[in-house]
Design a protein around this ligand. Structure first.
Ligand SMILES: [Zn+2]
Length: 270
């Protein structure tokens, strides 16, 4: 291949990795590149081999000698084992055992159970970890997940969504096998005023004044002044609970962009 002897800068390697992830036909898109001294040794993307993660695709194209002291670029944080008896090794484990000495990550996984665990696991095992530059990170964020088409979210997690014109509606489902749902709507994004409105058609919305983390909130009903909407600013937490319901959702607004917002959520039993 023509790139085998050419030397690339780190920024170029990030861009090449993004080109790989754009080859994915399914979400989440993930691309990977392995390089040594700026020379590309292999690339991979999720779906290049059926059911195989991008990092593994790229790693399995190389032998131990090639992998030794190489750098892995990946658009998404490598996965970790969720169950102890998982039969297929997680990409984090694979990286740790491969001889790769540095991993450069595009975005952390917004999936609630994985978020920053891969990152931490690599660090704990003496793999250097760094991130794509801000501009390229944003490009990855916008292309990794099914963006803008989300109308249902489940359980807990973190997401960036566009809030334009008439707003964005979302159903938050309790879990994959529990269909209890809270209906949300993000509306009237005002980046100039750093605020966006959170509405619910089937629940009362409260601001958790003084709370900065979900763990701070043990009883949602201690927060007063339920309303049909809340004007949210960055770092605020809202609680949405349908009346008489035995469940509620916590919503934290993490960031406001020009046309989008980033928020996280957690469904809980009451
Ligand atoms: Zn993986």
């Amino acid at each position: 291949m023509k790139f085998m002897t050419k030397k690339y800068s780190r920024k170029d390697l990030m861009k090449i990795t993004i080109e790989e992830h754009l080859k994915c036909t399914e979400y989440p898109r993930v691309g990977a590149t392995i390089a040594k001294d700026g020379i590309i040794l292999s690339t991979g993307y999720r779906g290049e081999k059926k059911g195989i993660h991008a990092e593994r695709v790229a790693i399995e194209k190389l032998n131990n000698e090639q992998l030794k002291d190489s750098i892995l670029y990946t658009t998404l944080e490598p996965c970790v084992s969720i169950q102890k008896d998982q039969s297929v090794k997680s990409c984090s484990d694979l990286i740790i055992e491969s001889g790769i000495t540095e991993t450069v990550i595009g975005v952390l996984d917004p999936n609630g159970t994985i978020y920053s665990q891969g990152y931490r696991k690599l660090l704990e095992n003496n793999i250097n970890v760094s991130f794509f530059n801000r501009k390229l990170r944003e490009a990855v964020e916008e292309e990794t997940f099914e963006y803008g088409e989300i109308h249902k979210i489940v359980g807990s997690g973190k997401r960036r969504i566009p809030v334009v014109n008439s707003g964005t509606s979302l159903d938050v489902q309790f879990s994959e096998n529990d269909s209890r749902t809270i209906k949300l709507r993000w509306n009237t994004l005002q980046p100039n005023h750093n605020c966006v409105d959170l509405l619910s058609s089937n629940g009362a919305v409260r601001i958790a004044s003084g709370a900065s983390k979900f763990e701070d909130i043990t009883d949602p009903m201690v927060f007063r002044f339920p309303s049909h909407y809340a004007r949210m600013k960055k770092d605020m937490i809202a609680i949405v609970k349908p009346s008489r319901a035995t469940f509620y959702v916590l919503i934290k607004l993490i960031e406001i962009y020009e046309k989008d917002i980033l928020f996280k959520w957690e469904m809980r039993n009451y």
